[in-house]
Design a protein around this ligand. Structure first.
Ligand SMILES: *Cc1c(COP(=O)(O)O)cnc(C)c1O
Length: 455
């Protein structure tokens, strides 16, 4: 068997993050103030984010230097390996070359610490001593708790109730790394109390948990808020993934024809795909494919316009594909892919045709997850099984067209804490769920009241 693993030396952790805004023909529209509808200024964001991150949010510089202390912390698990998936290729019976970048080697088991670490660092630099955040499946909350621990900060995590009850291990990881985790909606905030009064048995949602964490940060001097996806600076931090993958592919004497990632808020996809936008801008032909769940089809069926980032309408209005800020997801297993909106940068790139979006049902995705576990050994998190499903589609398409392609996919996390989902799949009790058209119509009516893009 030829070599399968391309490992970079520690010294080759990227020195800069890549800012895709520098290579886009047009920038995405600006975020708007939720009260006035006017473009939001840095001063308005200052109560909830440190200035360094606000600066990165609006930066158009192509390269943003990574501070030494952040690179030191990255060294705990970076560079991450790139694998040639020889056994998966054999199982699929394809002569396409498939490479996967494995982000599950981080302490938290996913790509999320790539941004949690710099966010904790910049907060500490500006004298913040406590960070509040939300988490869905718990991957973000655990990554931020780890990063706060590394930089000596307190961490408060509002965890969506459904996951709080169903995923006790992530909660324990947060506590082990010194964070405090409460079920959301919680009695600790006005937003949480208001929702509990109306709907005491609600399973919660990311939109609700964001409202709680933003309120926590806005009402305490020692605390700022942190978001694990969606925003420009988060996507920026994730570009270490694609930059490393490029260097590793060069060592394998390969260049990708297709780059694939799953999308929830868009950050791991951006991390692997954005660095290739520079090559596309230079004339290379590379397709960028984003895979999402059919149960939360933000990019493939959502409305493209301004929407609130959260349920209580405290967060800025963002220009994005959205299912509506009132969206409460069905109980699907890919916890990390259930946000109602999408990163404005990814939405803009889908809108302009630079990124292709596809939606898949969870059973066909888990089938690819099990295939991957049985061929390559790693049990993928439920989220990247969507990317693996898209890889399968690419392989079939290449066969039909009679060509061999090189496919790069982001295996953004392992599924070792997702055994109940695999158990359901293997037992045949997992069901598919298609978002009913009626729910989209409800959202469309709400969104019609909000500013439109390009107006
Ligand atoms: C959080 C998470 C996601 C979804 O978030 P993105 O910002 O779209 O990357 C996907 N996969 C894993 C493993 C996650 O932890």
């Amino acid at each position: 068997m030829p070599s399968t693993r391309y490992v970079l030396p520690e010294g080759e952790i990227p020195t800069h993050w890549y800012n895709v805004a520098a290579d886009l023909d047009s920038p995405p529209p600006p975020p708007l103030n939720p009260g006035t509808g006017a473009p939001i200024g840095p001063d308005e964001l200052a109560p909830i984010f440190p200035m360094a991150l606000i600066g990165q949010e609006v930066s158009t510089e192509r390269w943003v230097p990574i501070p030494d202390e952040v690179r030191d912390a990255y060294r705990l698990w970076r560079p991450t390996p790139l694998h040639r998936a020889h056994r998966l290729e054999a199982d699929l019976g394809t002569s396409c070359r498939i490479f996967y970048k494995y982000e599950g080697v981080s302490p938290a088991g996913s790509h999320k610490p790539n941004t949690a670490v710099p966010q904790a660092f910049y907060n500490r630099e500006e004298g913040v001593t406590r960070i509040a955040t939300e988490t869905g499946a718990g991957q973000w909350g655990s990554s931020l708790a780890l990063s706060c621990q590394l930089f000596g900060l307190e961490c408060k995590v509002y965890m969506v109730r459904a996951s709080f009850d169903a995923k006790p291990y992530r909660k324990t990881m947060i506590a082990t790394w010194g964070g405090e985790c409460v079920a959301s909606p919680s009695p600790d905030t006005n937003a949480g109390r208001a929702i509990l009064e109306q709907m005491p048995d609600t399973p919660g949602s990311l939109g609700i948990a964001i409202s709680e964490a933003v309120e926590d940060a806005a009402t305490r001097d020692d605390t700022k808020y942190s978001l694990g996806s969606v925003l420009n600076h988060v996507l920026l931090h994730q570009t270490v993934i694609g930059q490393e993958a490029k260097a590793q592919l060069a060592a394998a004497d390969a260049e990708p024809d297709v780059v694939v990632g799953c999308v929830g808020g868009g950050s791991n996809f951006a991390g692997i795909a954005f660095p290739f936008v520079a090559d596309i801008a230079a004339g290379r032909s590379i397709r960028l494919v984003a895979a999402e769940p059919a149960a939360c089809p933000t990019l493939t069926r959502g409305h493209y316009g301004y929407d609130f980032g959260d349920t209580a309408k405290l967060a800025p209005l963002l220009p994005m594909h959205t299912l509506g800020h009132g969206f409460v997801p069905a109980g699907i297993h890919s916890g990390g892919l259930r946000y109602h909106g999408m990163a404005p940068l990814v939405s803009h790139m889908v809108h302009t045709g630079l990124v292709e979006a596809r939606a898949y049902h969870q059973r066909e995705c888990f089938a690819e997850g099990v295939r991957f576990a049985r061929s390559e050994g790693i049990i993928p998190a439920p989220e990247p099984t969507h990317a693996l499903r898209a890889v399968r589609e690419e392989v079939e398409r290449a066969a039909q067209e009679g060509v061999d392609r090189t496919i790069l996919v982001n295996l953004c996390g392992h599924g070792n804490f997702d055994m109940s989902a695999y158990e359901d799949y293997l037992a045949g009790t997992m069901v598919d769920y298609e978002l009913p058209e009626a729910e989209l119509e409800v959202a469309a009516a709400e969104l019609a009241e909000l500013p439109t893009i390009g107006a």
